[in-house]
Design a protein around this ligand. Structure first.
Ligand SMILES: [Zn+2]
Length: 296
């Protein structure tokens, strides 16, 4: 059963009242908001958000409620933000779009599911704060920022929170096999999976050989953000998250993430251990890269 949207705690994100510039939109991506989203998504109440559990449905409602509040258009089934992956008992992908003036698309993605509780132990819940409440929180902050952006971009910006990544990339696989628009129309994809641990200002980036130009753009945009980016250090990550089905389809795709850490896939991946400032910087970098592609 779904919780009524009214009872979901909406994070009080940075309100920008006056005329919005790209700078205002960028400034709306805040570390405190990232932390607030992660605090909710990685709370024990959501039981680790396994894609076949009640917690994932509560998380999906939370994501949809924020997309709705930002004024983004639903891109799910029957006018909702929920896009079923047509597997019994598995939570849906949650998808919203900021429509552009032209026929092309740019995707910003993260998986919101994690792992089921273990049978016993004092702490049973795999909270998945870094993996991947952090990337999901960044998608929400980016959705909010793009909703503030004027003028309307040329290409549509699509925000996808994938289900069932931890069950074998099933949410992203379904999306690429049943896309809501032709894959040829996707200018690029940025996937965020684990962006808030490790060293305070260090992020890794892989493109699977699909997007030299996006990596160059990331370097150029990073002048305004100043995070340390290490490119192409972890080819073993290429098949490991939701960027992979897009890379396999030949879509220009970037993945941002941190290296595995001591709490990876452990019950101790807790919200109070994340680096919200790092997640904010990666989100801001994603905003600038995407803005470059979809404006113009
Ligand atoms: Zn992950």
């Amino acid at each position: 059963m779904r919780l009524a949207l009214a009872v979901l705690p909406l994070v009080a994100c940075a309100a920008v009242q006056r005329e919005n510039t790209a700078y205002d939109a960028l400034a709306s991506i805040r570390a405190a908001d990232v932390q607030a989203h992660v605090d909710y998504l990685a709370s024990d109440a959501l039981e680790g958000r396994p894609a076949d559990g009640e917690g994932a449905l509560v998380a999906a409602d939370y994501l949809a409620a924020h997309f709705e509040r930002f004024g983004l258009r639903p891109l799910g089934d029957d006018g909702t933000y929920f896009r079923s992956i047509e597997e019994e008992g598995i939570a849906p992908n949650v998808v919203a779009v900021l429509p552009g003036t032209g026929p092309d698309y740019f995707l910003i993605t993260a998986h919101y599911d994690h792992l089921p509780p273990r049978e016993s132990g004092e702490d049973r819940i795999y909270n998945g704060a870094d993996d991947n409440a952090s990337g999901t929180a960044a998608v929400l902050e980016l959705a909010e920022a793009f909703a503030l952006l004027k003028p309307q971009p040329r290409a549509s910006v699509v925000f996808v929170c994938f289900t069932a990544e931890e069950m074998g990339l099933r949410g992203s696989r379904h999306f690429t096999e049943h896309p809501p628009f032709p894959l040829e129309r996707i200018l690029g994809v940025i996937n965020l999976d684990m962006i808030s641990r490790g060293r305070e200002n260090l992020i890794f980036c892989e493109d699977g050989g699909t997007a030299d130009w996006l990596k160059s753009l990331a370097e150029g945009c990073n002048d305004a953000v100043g995070v340390e980016i290490r490119f192409d250090k972890h080819p073993e990550w290429i098949p490991a998250s939701d960027h992979y089905p897009f890379m396999q389809a030949g879509v220009p795709t970037l993945y941002f993430g941190v290296e595995d850490h001591e709490d990876y896939h452990r019950v101790t991946d807790h919200a109070d251990r994340i680096l919200p400032e790092l997640a904010k910087r990666v989100a801001r970098l994603t905003f600038l890269i995407t803005t470059h592609v979809v404006s113009g």
